[in-house]
Design a binder for this molecule. Structure first.
Ligand code: MOS
Length: 657
């Protein structure tokens, strides 16, 4: 549908529209497609060759930039010479497989064109860029495109932007001038929504005699979809977490004929920390140092590659508190069950913190009720709840008096949901709008003959309550105030955008995971027995939704360590396990209670709320903590994720010979 070429297996070549689903299916099955085959590449793998062969592949490319705007290459000092002179060395290659977001709710769109305006209902994380994307693609004036996504279901990166369900529904509606609905089937979601490519990560860690890191090398190779420039910052954690005199992190991609590769659950850091924090465990062991002490001994006092000061740094605090709560020092390999091996592991959690330009609108009526409008979305993270809470707290009113309206392009443009930036960015815009509302009310008060003089701190101290505004210990009826100004409602906007603190400070959220596993001595089946996670992400806006985010992330970490792999038929570039029965993710029975704690340390360099990103932090490092515990239990290090029991059994058998 975009020229004559077919870019990948699962690429849409036609859309059938009918009155009923059955008619449409039948008609689609009647279409015959003849394809001329050409040679394509669908996978990046080292196979039997060495990493050096992959690294010198003639078609390897350096991405222009990485997700999040990071440079593909970054360094501190001279890695090579530090590596050469290191007393202890770890030189390992880690593999992570293709993965997908696999949201329960498939991608779906209803498009409705009335001859003038195109109205689109879609499952989307970010609204503003969707309007732009559709207008550009369909050659329409953006003012004629309305996008609505008040409820989304899961997104996890796969719904950051529009995908072919949206474009196809719009094309059909434009042609037919009637509403058209396109819903991806479960199987199609796996190839028609973006996925994360496999990674090969070559990690070299050099230590001095005291076990201090002197050299950190991280080289990553991942696939990139032809004509779709997206590359994950897989090595970001190697640049951020520990200090070393010589650091070098490089990213390369190999173009492939694969479905779109794009943001998938904590792009970069999720799989970066999975490999890197496992390699750090190996480094501690080589030095004969407890992996907790090893990490604490290598804390940076500034960002290791950029040299910028951290806006706030609490990784050591998280590691210490986690160790205390988990009982790291008291861990014992003697478990209650016979023929079960016990193991313990830990890992650091680091995730980049961002602020994205956002606006929100606030409308106050004469009864004192507030309506918030912004095109922010709620992907199950609790945006509706926390935005209402922020406004209620800022204005001194009850949460019940705040109505939050989200997800419509008619509303002010926000960050949307992604990159763990949604709550802080949009929440700060709402907070700014509240401040502006109070300012406007005080202006009205000073203009009205109701009140004589206002103290300097009036705006900060002003509170709304039950249809009244309280300023300087006096209170006035909002009804009377708005009436005197001849207003039915008072409408204000608030906005936030990144400032100097975002250029002058390195910003991350911090955490630490501690895990106990048991492994069946005969079958190598791994059971995660308990997990303790400690998080430092500034102000916690809502401890319930925040804990839910962290725990969900930890479950992903478990999934990445032990379960998930989107398997590829390398002959055709087709994903083979395209449903939730065969694409293995943990079920309730696989997940123990996750003991989650917050260290509350507001960081006002992050945003005016003092909060930091938390949505993707839980996933970072959790998988490595589990992998490290599996090693501790079994004595075998599996460097190709997921760690399935066949891989452990194979190693046990090889070691026995
Ligand atoms: Mo996220 S993977 O930026 O939705």
């Amino acid at each position: 549908m975009q020229g004559r070429g077919i870019r990948y297996h699962g690429y849409p070549v036609a859309l059938v529209v009918a009155e009923t689903l059955e008619q449409a299916r039948h008609a689609a099955n009647c279409i015959r497609v003849d394809i001329d085959e050409t040679d394509v590449r669908v996978a990046v793998s080292v196979g039997d060759s060495s990493f050096d062969e992959l690294w010198t592949h003639p078609e390897l490319q350096t991405p222009e930039s990485l997700d999040g705007g990071l440079e593909p290459d970054a360094a501190n000092g001279d890695f090579e010479s530090q590596w050469q002179h290191a007393v202890h060395q770890v030189d390992v290659c880690y593999h992570t497989p293709n993965q997908v977001s696999a949201a329960m709710e498939p991608h779906a769109t209803i498009a409705s064109y009335d001859g003038d305006k195109l109205t689109v209902y879609c499952s989307l994380q970010v609204i503003g860029s969707a309007v732009e994307g559709l207008a550009n693609t369909l050659k329409l004036d953006p003012s004629k495109v309305e996008v609505n996504s008040p409820y989304i279901g899961g997104g996890f990166g796969s719904k950051l932007g529009i995908h072919n369900d949206a474009v196809l529904a719009c094309l059909a509606s434009l042609m037919l001038k009637q509403p058209v609905r396109v819903v991806q089937t479960r199987r199609n979601v796996f190839s028609n929504a973006p996925h994360r490519g496999s990674s090969v990560q070559h990690i070299r860690l050099g230590m001095d005699a005291a076990g201090r890191l002197v050299a950190i090398g991280h080289d990553s190779v991942m696939p990139a979809a032809h004509g779709y420039p997206f590359a994950e910052a897989t090595g970001a954690c190697a640049r951020t977490t520990y200090s070393a005199a010589g650091i070098r992190s490089r990213h390369r991609v190999l173009p492939v004929n694969m479905p779109v590769l794009d943001s998938t659950r904590a792009p970069g850091d999720a799989i970066g920390t999975l490999a890197f924090e496992s390699a750090i465990d190996e480094a501690a062991l080589v030095c004969g140092i407890d992996p907790l002490d090893f990490r604490l001994n290598n804390m940076p006092d500034k960002h290791p590659t950029s040299g910028l000061p951290f806006s706030s740094h609490d990784l050591a605090g998280c590691l210490r508190e986690g160790a205390e709560r988990f009982g790291w020092a008291q861990r014992s390999k003697v478990g209650p069950e016979a023929r079960k091996l016990r193991g313990f592991g830990l890992a650091s959690a680091v995730r980049i913190n961002m602020l994205v330009k956002s606006a929100a609108e606030l409308e106050l009526d004469r009864t004192g009720a507030i309506v918030i409008r912004t095109d922010m979305t709620d992907i199950g993270t609790g945006s509706y709840t926390i935005l209402a809470q922020i406004a209620a707290a800022e204005l001194g009113i009850a949460v019940e008096d705040v109505t939050v309206k989200l997800g419509r392009s008619a509303f002010p443009t926000s960050s949307g949901s992604g990159g763990s930036f949604g709550a802080g960015s949009t929440g700060s815009a709402v907070q700014a709008a509240c401040h502006n509302l109070k300012r406007e009310l005080i202006k009205l008060l000073s203009e009205a003959p109701l009140c004589s003089s206002m103290s300097k701190g009036a705006i900060d101290s002003a509170q709304l309550s039950k249809g009244r505004i309280l300023v300087d210990n006096e209170d006035f009826s909002l009804q009377a105030l708005l009436e005197s100004a001849d207003l039915d409602t008072l409408c204000v906007k608030g906005q936030v955008e990144p400032g100097e603190d975002h250029d002058n400070y390195a910003q991350s959220s911090w955490g630490a995971h501690f895990v106990e596993v048991s492994v069946d001595q005969d079958t190598a089946e791994v059971t995660v027995e308990r997990i303790t996670t400690v998080v430092s992400a500034g102000t916690i806006l809502n401890s319930k939704t925040a804990a839910s985010q962290v725990k969900g992330g930890v479950v992903w970490g478990l999934s990445y360590a032990l379960r998930e792999s989107l398997m590829l038929d390398e002959r055709y570039g087709a994903f083979m396990n395209r449903d939730l029965a065969e694409y293995h993710i943990p079920v309730n029975r696989d997940v123990p209670d996750i003991d989650c704690h917050f260290r509350i340390q507001p960081d006002f360099r992050s945003n005016p709320l003092g909060s930091k990103g938390i949505g993707e932090l839980g996933i970072c490092g959790a998988g490595a903590a589990i992998a490290n515990a599996v090693f501790d239990a079994t004595g075998v290090r599996i460097r190709s994720f997921p760690i399935t029991l066949d891989k452990i059994l194979e190693k046990w058998e090889a070691d026995a010979v």
